[in-house]
Design a protein around this ligand. Structure first.
Ligand code: FAD
Length: 560
């Protein structure tokens, strides 16, 4: 039977455009109308920051489709600069304002898809109206014209978009200050995993102000909350987004506790004729089944497709979201999936953290570089709770493998048996993913005992000694305060001298310390391995406190 219903889609970018194209592929007979407030549809919002630096030099490359190309290929009626101002659910009609003429008109729908996205948050500070946000092509055009006149910029917010904006504005030749209220960048990561990004920004000349906010903006300056005045010909706000649920709420549709539009697992709202997708809707978290907001393009596209399926009468469930995301900052990338340690701690969930620092590919093949990877595991059943990675190469594929393993319900020890593509330029015969599986197996089975960097202080109070088993040369270059040095190859000879204490053993990344720990335990000396070793510790807040204390002591000594 031919389906002649009229489907109207509000919002013509990620979720809306996906829904429209899928619907047309499923039905030649439906009338499909896309209403888009801005002047563009189906543009690459994720690519916007890269035009600021001319990495994507041609603005036209960001415009993936036009109303004309969508009409030609999919016979879609795409109306840009048309804003929906009200939904009349009883009549199944919309009030639409044609922004070109200012004239309102009424439009009937049989099925309605809401994909209005999320609005950038602007802080309520004096002069906020001078700040810019980056959400669509019009925002980009405004920013590009300001960048041409500017020498200095303050980017407010150290999340994904703030980092990308900072990187690309720096590459555009501006003096960039990144201001972040939290004490670390990129909140989805734990602090020791975010630290390398901060270092990378500073290395490229970006000033990073952690633990601060912008209190006021004036012409040419931004004033921080501690009164410092920073040159800012331009201020960019990237402090997060809020789901745009206004139209839905005005129409009496339910918003969930997060403020996103509440939908079922086919993306249907409580009104059977209305679906909602993308950044505007509330998602279900994969780990705890609670409502959450994950404003990511992959999810918006998936949901758009599923809403179209549901409208076409082939319902398929949208699976819960796990928040897999990645960002590039100059020469480094950082990616995450699932929960981080901060969130697990806040929720009171038991977990085991594994840090490793493997090579991205075989060490003997030119160009190998280490990167950091952290796996969080449920000690009760080995379930993977989350992962994070940061480094120059190899980050994306490892996080994608773990995200896939999580979706498939594999446990941490199942990672051992993943048969991953290998040749020296690409990986290692024992891939970092397999290594995580081995470590998880050793830890879960009780074969090896480890402690996290956050436990060092307590263990020391309990009388444990820190034992650094790296070489003397490595030890003198930097070590954890209070550590003794006994290089791995000398431990056997020194066993008798080491008796009488319990040891928290560390090396550069945890491998030599694992061997030393096993050796000590075999000789009746109690020992634990410090997870991730020196390389993890030096990125932790504890290391920063220690280096501040050392600096203060030095200043005290020279001034007295
Ligand atoms: P959008 O794509 O924002 O589309 C919503 C559209 O609805 C807007 O164009 C708006 O004009 C229109 N609209 C709203 N209200 C109305 C109305 N009343 N009438 C008519 N039209 C209306 N995600 C990633 O996963 N990876 C990335 O690297 C990434 N980078 C990003 C970089 C930037 C600068 C930005 C802004 C976002 C980025 N995202 C990224 C997020 C991703 O773009 C969003 O998750 C995705 O676009 C959401 O799709 P959506 O359809 O829900 O909303």
């Amino acid at each position: 039977m031919t389906d002649t219903k009229t489907v109207v889609i509000i919002g013509g970018v990620a979720g809306g455009a996906s829904a429209a194209a899928r619907l047309r592929r499923l039905s030649e007979s439906m009338e499909i109308i896309v209403l888009e407030r801005s002047g563009y549809v189906s543009f690459a919002n994720c690519g916007l920051p890269y035009h600021l630096s001319a990495t994507i030099a041609d603005r036209g490359d960001l415009l993936l489709q036009t109303p004309e190309s969508l009409r030609e290929r999919f016979r879609l009626d795409v109306r840009v600069r048309n804003e929906v101002t009200a939904i009349n659910r009883n009549e199944r009609t919309l009030v639409v304002r044609d922004l070109a003429t200012g004239v309102d008109y009424e439009l009937h729908y049989d099925a309605l898809v809401l994909s209005p996205g999320a609005a950038p948050i602007v802080p309520p500070i004096p002069g906020a109206e001078r700040g810019l946000v980056l959400r669509d092509i019009e925002d980009l055009d405004r920013m590009v014209s300001e960048v041409r006149k500017a020498q200095s910029v303050v980017v407010v917010g150290g999340g994904f978009i703030g980092l990308e904006a900072a990187e690309n504005l720096k590459e555009a030749g501006l003096d960039v200050t990144l201001v972040e209220l939290g004490d670390q960048l990129l909140a989805p990561l734990d602090p020791e995993m975010a630290k390398p990004l901060e270092r990378e920004l500073r290395r490229h000349g970006v000033a990073v102000e952690l633990g601060h906010s912008v209190a006021e903006i004036e012409v040419g300056t931004a004033t921080l909350d501690d009164g410092r005045v920073i040159a800012a010909d331009l201020v960019v706000f990237a402090i997060g987004v809020r789901p745009d649920g206004r139209l839905a709420a005005d129409a009496g549709l339910r918003l969930g506790p997060t403020g996103g539009i509440a939908v079922d697992d086919e993306q249907r709202t409580e009104d059977p004729a209305i679906w909602a997708v993308g950044d505007a809707v509330e998602k279900i978290d994969m780990l705890d089944g609670n409502a959450t907001l994950t404003p990511l393009a992959n999810i918006a596209n998936r949901q758009g497709r599923r809403a179209a399926d549901s409208i076409a009468g082939i319902p398929r469930k949208v699976l819960a979201s796990q928040g897999t995301a990645i960002v590039k900052v100059f020469g480094k990338s950082a990616a995450a999936t699932g929960w981080n340690e901060k969130r697990l701690l806040a929720a009171g969930r038991d977990f085991l953290a594994i840090h490793t620092h493997p090579n991205d590919h075989a060490a003997y093949y030119p160009g190998a570089q280490t990167f950091a990877i952290k796996l969080l595991v449920d000690p009760a059943d080995g379930a993977i709770l989350g992962a994070q990675a940061v480094g120059a190469e190899g980050v994306d594929k490892r996080i994608d493998v773990i995200a896939t393993a999580m979706r498939a319900g594999l446990t941490a020890t199942d990672l051992i048996d993943l048969e991953l593509a290998y040749a020296p330029p690409f990986g290692s015969a024992k891939d970092p993913i397999n290594q995580l599986g081995y470590i998880a197996e050793n830890r879960l089975s009780g074969l090896s005992d480890s402690a996290d960097w956050s436990e060092i202080e307590q263990l020391q109070k309990d009388g444990w000694k820190l034992l650094d088993v790296r070489t003397q040369e490595e030890f003198v270059e930097g070590s954890i305060p209070g550590a003794l040095n006994a290089p791995l190859d000398e431990i056997r000879a020194e066993i008798e001298d080491l008796r009488g204490y319990d040891y928290l053993v560390y090396c550069a990344v945890g491998q030599r310390a694992h061997v030393a720990t096993q050796l000590l335990n075999a000789h009746g000396v109690k020992a634990k391995n410090l997870d991730g070793g020196w390389t993890t510790w030096r990125n932790t807040p504890a290391a920063q406190t220690a280096s501040r204390a050392a600096r203060d002591a030095l200043v005290g000594a020279t001034s007295s």
